[in-house]
Write a protein that binds this ligand. Structure first.
Ligand code: ADP
Length: 577
């Protein structure tokens, strides 16, 4: 019920359409009652009393009634669908907006496919909720009018319908509960299936290289079968409940014929009234069946709403506690002050009392074995995560006091996995500064040593690079991300050096592009190359979340055994080049 109330907030904007549909519904339901009512007069008036006026009036009345019913049904079904689609549009927008703003740890803990399924699949279940509720209302009204007619014509015979109603109501309730349960399970399975799809298609090269197409197919078949299993359980519930309802109705009809027939024979009621009653009961049965169906639809939507509103209610610890200050980090000192950090998924501290002071315009190389905490330090600066204790400050101001978007505009990130969007090169470069004019885009490409290869492409800057920039080499993609960072022109840089070396020639060009990028900026480099370390103003040696030592290369060789070991292990191959 809580969900339905919240869903209503989305349908509220459509209230005029819904109101029109409701008015039309009342009319359609009233025609059901009128049809049953007329049967009495057809039988008693036309067939028994042979009344010629009625013979003309009744067909005319039926024609007029059904002409209006035609219009009313159109209004009812189009307007209500319109309201459903528009509400879904709004829910989808809100859900996507919410999700894309959620903090990083949400994305660490949820699979991409499942998130996509929520927006595409789950949301689509919602559109039928209010239309189904409206149709339920209409069916309820039809039942109301039909009961009114039979009670009016013969209160004693009429009241027998109340014997069948509790059975029907119980059945509807039980069906609804079961449908909700299976529907929720099925939606989860669809999410899992979407994750498997997303993974196997985006990692298709790995799948193929291990010749694992069959293994992946088998995995997918299992997930698919699982989703179908719950769908079928739902279908089974509906498959049983509809005929069960028919059976209840059949038994009731048998009882009515016996009891009603007795009343006609004994002269307590007329044949017309009896047939009116049977017609009304027949007409009533359909709305009951529909209520059962619509209730299933509503319960499916209810299950989807649980999943959707669950996400909408998530707290965004970072954006909900946004600071108020504008950030300008140019030429400012950056300090890590006794920073502690642990990821929400694990209690262990990943960073344990980090103190670093970085002078403006200098380069800090973060080194340490894998898992030491280098990437974590880098991700705290743009507040992808918040420190659990201590603080990070820019020119003395805690970064949590800045508006987070303003802070992030001061930080450029070039990661070892260059990510480019499926759009023209020019838009990819301008991603961080969309109002840039073409001259600036071109200049950034030039400084990133990307201009030559871009201009050699048949469509130049207009070339659309695929989802993963497949037409470009690794070094070219890197240089495009460097151009993107250059155009953004941030005072702080975070560079994650590629561990897998490019070929020597591309490596040299990427290095030159990076040198252009780093000039005049404060840079944090997750360093894997000796050349970077030698050029750094300060090297921070990390070991298991703690700073082991800081200094320059020669200082550290003298005082840090971890550093000497790292140098021997990781950087010797490069020295040999
Ligand atoms: P490095 O960059 O030095 O290789 P990281 O900063 O990536 O190290 O990781 C430090 C520690 O934090 C590791 O133990 C790693 O398993 C853990 N870790 C990294 N990212 C996450 C995450 N998103 N959730 C939970 N633990 C993480």
């Amino acid at each position: 019920m809580k969900n339905i109330k919240r869903l209503w907030t989305y349908f509220r904007a459509q209230k005029l359409f819904i109101l029109a549909a409701m008015v039309a519904s009342v009319f359609v339901s009233a025609t059901d009652g009128a049809t049953a009512y007329i049967v009495k007069h057809i039988l008693d008036g036309i067939f028994i009393d042979k009344d010629e006026t009625l013979l003309k009036l009744i067909p005319l009345a039926i024609i007029i009634m059904y002409t209006f019913r035609f219009g009313a049904r159109i209004v009812q079904s189009y307007f209500i669908q319109h309201a459903g689609q528009k509400a879904v549009q709004d829910i989808r927008e809100d859900l996507y907006y919410k999700m894309i703003h959620l903090p990083m740890h949400y994305f660490d803990n949820n699979d991409t496919g499942a998130m996509m399924a929520r927006i595409i699949n789950d949301v689509s279940y919602l559109k039928s909720a209010v239309p189904a509720a409206l149709k339920m209302f209409r069916s309820g009204l039809s039942i109301f009018f039909l009961i009114a007619v039979v009670l009016y014509q013969d209160p004693i015979l009429g009241s027998t319908v109340f014997i069948a109603i509790p059975f029907m109501a119980l059945l509807i309730d039980k069906t609804g509960r079961k449908v909700k349960k299976y529907s929720k399970k099925q939606q989860q399975r669809v999410g899992e299936m979407a994750t498997a799809l997303q993974e196997s298609f985006s990692g298709v090269a790995v799948v193929k290289s291990f010749a694992n197409e069959d293994k992946e197919s088998k995995n997918f078949f299992i997930l698919n079968a699982n989703a179908v299993k719950y769908r079928l359980k739902q279908v089974m519930v509906n498959a049983i409940s509809a005929p069960l309802m028919e059976t209840i109705a059949g038994f009731a009809v048998a009882a009515i014929i016996f009891y009603g027939g007795m009343r006609v024979i004994s002269g307590e009621t007329t044949a017309g009234t009896f047939f009116s009653f049977v017609t009304a009961f027949g007409l009533m049965f359909d709305p009951f069946k529909k209520i059962n169906e619509y209730n299933s639809t509503i319960q499916t939507a209810n299950a989807a709403a649980d999943r959707i509103f669950g996400v909408m209610d998530m707290e965004n610890s970072i954006l909900d506690n946004d600071g108020t200050l504008e950030c300008d980090a140019k030429d400012k000192i950056i300090r890590f002050d006794n920073v502690h950090f642990s990821y929400s998924s694990t209690p262990e501290e990943v960073l344990n009392g980090i103190n670093i002071t970085v002078q403006p315009g200098t380069t800090v190389a973060l080194v340490g074995s894998s898992g030491a905490g280098k990437s974590t330090i880098a991700s705290l600066i743009p507040r992808f995560y918040d420190v659990t204790a201590g603080s990070i400050s820019i020119d003395g101001t805690d970064i949590r006091d800045f508006k987070v978007h303003s802070l992030r505009k001061n930080i450029g990130i070039v990661s070892q996995e260059p990510f480019l969007f499926n759009m023209p090169i020019r838009d990819n470069i301008a991603y961080g500064r969309q109002d840039s004019d073409f001259d600036d885009i071109r200049k950034a490409a030039d400084s990133a040593y990307a201009l030559k290869f871009i201009e050699a492409l048949p469509d130049g800057f207009d070339t659309i690079i695929g989802e993963r920039g497949d037409r470009l080499s690794g070094g070219q993609k890197q240089r495009l991300t460097i151009a993107r960072a250059l155009l953004q022109n941030p005072p702080i840089l975070i560079l994650d050096e590629a561990t897998s070396a490019l070929d020597t020639e591309s490596e040299r060009i990427v290095q030159k592009a990076l040198t252009n990028l780093m000039t005049g900026r404060t840079s944090f480099v997750i360093a894997h190359r000796l050349s970077t370390i030698l050029n750094a103003d300060m090297i921070v040696v990390l070991d298991k979340g703690k700073i082991e030592a800081t200094g320059t290369h020669t200082e550290l060789l003298a005082k840090s055994t971890t550093y000497s070991r790292l140098c021997n292990l990781q950087f010797t191959t490069e020295e040999a080049k």
